[in-house]
Design a protein. Structure first.
Length: 301
């Protein structure tokens, strides 16, 4: 088996991966081809559960995150959007400054939107105030989570591609959905010849008052992760399976036909982490890879 650092170094040397900021990378060549192939396969898995696909907006209202109690749980991840002022004199000062990039940074205006840390918030926002039967949708997009000194290419990115499947409905339906998602993800790892393991996990809640949430989450096993090896006896959480119970139903006023708050669950795949785990297991030389055509044909049969 290779290592994550070795894979990243090899891709950089080949010009197939480059960094514009810590945890923000671009792809080309074989790495991009493989990433797109994995993305299509995971999309097909998602569509088995959710024939309806949404195009996620590239930003999320701050008020939506407030409603979801994000700022008392995960504020350390958040990336906010800003723009330059529309004042002509201010723009002229920036344009004529000896260091216009620094001047632009200092002149940024705050907005009421953030770059999404997860895609499921879009679903809860759209379903807010609705009465519904169990519904399942899938969506993909770029998510942003700034993890400071822990940022690293492919393994722990600031900007990464996420495929989510979100189920909102009865408690039984959403837990059945979550269990099916775990089986689908495990089967995908097996077809890719990746040594997957499932772990009970907990999110790193921020506020002291949120520690109780983390404890309950661990005790009740509401969050699982699929861990894939990335060398040096380390693994990365390439997929997560989360049962939110009624939290978002209550927060967003989403109710069932009975009038009770809806439950929800989501299954999420981090595309770059699947890419990394595959390359750690099989190397960056495509001639040494298992036949992806055969692997994916087997999944479709």
């Amino acid at each position: 088996m290779h290592t994550a650092d070795g894979v990243v170094s090899a891709l950089r040397a080949r010009g197939e991966l480059w960094d514009v900021a810590p945890g923000v990378v671009g792809f080309r060549g074989g790495a991009l081809t493989l990433l797109r192939r994995l993305e299509r396969e995971i999309a097909q898995l998602a569509q088995r559960e959710a024939p309806e696909e949404w195009a996620a907006p590239p930003a999320l209202p701050m008020r939506t995150l407030e409603r979801a109690e994000y700022f008392s749980s995960f504020p350390f991840w958040l990336t906010a959007a800003y723009h330059l002022p529309d004042d002509e004199l201010a723009l002229e000062r920036i344009a004529t400054d000896v260091e216009p990039a620094l001047a632009a940074q200092g002149a940024g205006r705050r907005t009421d939107v953030a770059l999404p840390p997860a895609l499921c918030y879009h679903v809860f926002e759209r379903f807010a105030g609705h009465h519904l039967t169990t519904q399942t949708v899938t969506l993909t997009g770029t998510c942003w989570r700034h993890e400071g000194a822990r940022l690293s290419a492919l393994e722990r990115q600031w900007a990464f591609t996420m495929r989510e499947i979100v189920c909102v409905g009865t408690a039984g339906d959403v837990e059945d959905f979550r269990q099916r998602g775990m089986r689908l993800a495990g089967a995908l790892a097996s077809r890719l010849d990746l040594d997957a393991g499932f772990l009970v996990a907990t999110d790193p809640f921020f506020a002291p008052t949120a520690r109780g949430k983390a404890i309950v989450q661990r005790v009740k096993a509401l969050k699982h992760e699929l861990a894939l090896p990335i060398g040096n006896e380390r693994s990365t959480a390439a997929a997560s399976f989360n049962n939110h119970e009624r939290f978002f139903g209550e927060a967003f006023g989403i109710t069932l036909a009975t009038g009770e708050p809806a439950s929800s669950a989501c299954v999420a795949f981090g595309l770059e982490r699947w890419l990394l785990a595959f390359l750690v297991a099989h190397g960056v030389d495509s001639h040494a890879w298992p036949s992806l055509d055969a692997t994916f044909a087997e999944a479709e049969s």
